[in-house]
Design a binder for this molecule. Structure first.
Ligand SMILES: Nc1ncnc2c1ncn2[C@@H]1O[C@H](COP(=O)(O)OP(=O)(O)OP(=O)(O)O)[C@@H](O)[C@H]1O
Length: 273
């Protein structure tokens, strides 16, 4: 089902927006990071957030997750204040928050995602383990279930972190640079997976690679302290130049995804640049 169809279906049900942000300002102490940000994400949408280093992307995600509080403005997630919506959000952080050498299995890491469902006591139940297996299966990583986390490749680890985000049965999936440390072929595989998940989930993904994500997402939000949204087919060289400045060389990317957009930034992470 296309994003457009997803949105049309949601519009008919009277569902609240997945994310509704108005007049958002945020500063770390005296340093302003976000100014006057407005954003509405419809249920079923697949939104890409791009922008230069330090543009405020991770900060915006933390505000949506309720980990930070706005200096001004309003955020609603799935119709509720962010902290109350958190159980229904799956989050894949930019850097995994545990040491890779820690001796735990893939299944244990995925099961951590069940903590988000509420307070619990005692060992994992059969339902928990079945949910972990289903999440690993969905990201095509069930065969890794008993592996130690430290033995995984970067691409395998990303799939496992995605499974951890899915095991809590979220309605909204938020990913912060899920493919920053993996090569372009694996990046394509992860985004194909996200496109499949988008059939049932709203997705917001932060990326540096505007050309790459434009082949997958339905809309691109460009964030550099303030935020401007673009339909993917309206992004051109000027848009990219405006966002990233002069350090950008435009390159042609070919995707098998059937969509024509093809301008890329090259100042960012390695495999593409
Ligand atoms: N905890 C913090 N305390 C103070 N300043 C912070 C903190 N976290 C981030 N910043 C600053 O806020 C600004 C925005 O950071 P943020 O991580 O949101 O940007 P980003 O767009 O995600 O960057 P990148 O693309 O490099 O990951 C940066 O100048 C950063 O140094």
């Amino acid at each position: 089902m296309s994003n457009g169809t997803n949105r049309a279906r949601a519009a008919g049900t009277g569902e609240p927006p997945a994310i509704a942000i108005t007049g958002l300002h945020f500063a770390y102490g005296e340093v302003p990071v976000l100014e006057d940000v407005d954003l509405e994400v419809s249920p079923g949408e697949f939104l890409g957030v791009v922008g230069p280093n330090a543009g405020g992307k991770s900060t915006l995600l933390k505000l949506i997750l309720g980990l930070l509080k706005p200096s001004a403005g309003r955020i609603r997630v799935l119709g509720e204040p962010p902290r109350r919506a958190r159980k229904r959000i799956g989050y894949v952080p930019q850097y995994p928050g545990f040491p890779r050498e820690f001796p735990i299995s893939v299944e244990d890491v995925v099961l951590m995602g069940r903590f988000g469902l509420g307070w619990r006591l005692g060992p994992w139940t059969r339902d928990d383990r079945a949910a972990a297996a289903a999440a690993l299966d969905e990201v095509e990583a069930l065969d890794l279930r008993e592996r130690q986390i430290g033995t995984l490749s970067g691409g395998q680890l990303q799939r496992v972190l995605l499974a951890r985000a899915l095991v809590g049965e979220p309605r909204l999936l938020i990913l912060d640079e899920p493919t920053a440390n993996i090569d372009q072929r694996l990046e394509g595989e992860i985004f194909e997976l996200l496109a499949q998940l988008n059939r049932r989930l709203t997705i917001v993904v932060v990326s540096h690679d505007i050309a790459f994500i434009s082949a997958y997402v339905s809309r691109v939000a460009c964030l550099n302290r303030t935020l401007v949204c673009h339909a993917t087919d309206s992004i051109d060289g000027q848009t990219i130049q405006d966002l990233y400045g002069e350090h950008v060389r435009q390159i042609q990317h070919d995707h098998d995804h059937g969509e024509p957009l093809a301008l890329g930034t090259t100042r960012e992470h390695g495999p593409h640049g």
